[in-house]
Design a protein around this ligand. Structure first.
Ligand code: ADP
Length: 271
């Protein structure tokens, strides 16, 4: 039956014997599909009412009734948060349903320039933002292959986390560098850091180290899940190094088949 899905595991039994364990996961996969479709449908249905609420909130002028000003501001903040949550849920559902990824050249010069601009805009002068392209400095000038839009959403989630989880006065470093025959993009911060016990689950949806700090920071709890899925689709790996009170480095490692020489090696990121 072509619809049956089996999970196969080979387990050593003795010196000469191996056990082949086949598990029927058809039902499990069907449930997983239902969960995915359900989340996607609910998110999609929430979009329109949210747009309407958001639109009318924007029309209300706090000057008409100064007592309402703080309430209006809070309602606007919360409706924005909900819109972001719905958008992130939709992005995640799309990524989960996706089998492969487009194979376009991704200009890392403009990617790095964009990430730097985003970091500076989010930080609003509270952090020092550094951006280095070591592939140019080593004379190798590399680009990536894949989906510019999806890679951007992964990298920019890392950048936004770095800014949000680093107190004012800290440094955010975005670095692109050759790594073996491949390349890596890393975001380093000098922020709060993450206790080691949390690292294994940190990329799960809605997993948070400190709920209150994360809420305050304005995240949706889906950022790292999106990062993980985008990297998986690109055959890339995420590594995390973190020390409490010192800071964290999130690095995306790309294999050689995802890396191409840059067309114009003098196309360095804009200062
Ligand atoms: P959120 O929207 O809550 O930031 P993420 O999936 O992006 O969701 O991150 C999950 C959790 O991982 C965060 O709530 C935070 O506790 C922790 N985290 C992520 N990035 C960092 C970082 N650079 N420094 C410290 N903690 C981080």
């Amino acid at each position: 039956d072509a619809n049956v899905r089996l999970s196969l595991r080979l387990i050593p039994y003795s010196d000469e014997l191996w056990l082949l364990v086949a598990r029927d996961v058809t039902k499990l996969m069907r449930l997983e599909h239902m969960r995915r479709d359900f989340v996607a449908n609910v998110s999609h249905e929430l979009r329109t009412p949210l747009t309407v609420v958001h639109g009318y909130l924007d029309l209300l002028d706090p000057a008409d009734n100064p007592e309402w000003a703080p309430m209006l501001a809070e309602m606007q903040r919360q409706s924005q948060r909900m819109t972001q949550l719905v958008e992130d849920l939709l992005t995640l559902s799309r990524l989960e349903a996706q089998e492969g990824v487009v194979d376009d050249p991704v200009s890392m010069a403009s990617m790095l320039a964009t990430l730097r601009r985003e970091a500076e805009a989010l930080s609003q002068g509270r952090h020092l933002v550094l951006c280095e392209d070591l592939t140019v400095q080593t004379g190798l000038a590399l680009d990536l292959r894949g989906s510019t839009k999806e890679l951007h959403s992964a990298f920019s989630n890392l950048v936004s986390n770095a800014v949000r989880y680093t107190p004012a006065g800290g440094t955010i470093t975005i670095r692109f560098a050759p790594e073996g025959a491949g390349a890596m993009l890393s975001v380093t911060d000098t922020g709060y850091g993450i206790p080691a016990a949390h690292l294994p689950r940190i990329t799960e949806r809605f997993y948070r180290v400190s709920t209150s700090r994360s809420r305050e920071s304005g995240g949706t709890g889906l950022g790292l899940a999106i990062v993980k899925h985008v990297l998986q689709l690109h055959g890339a790996r995420l590594s995390i190094r973190s020390e409490v009170g010192q800071g964290s480095t999130f690095a995306c490692h790309f294999a050689a088949d995802r890396v191409i020489p840059r067309d114009d090696p003098f196309d360095a990121p804009a200062e």
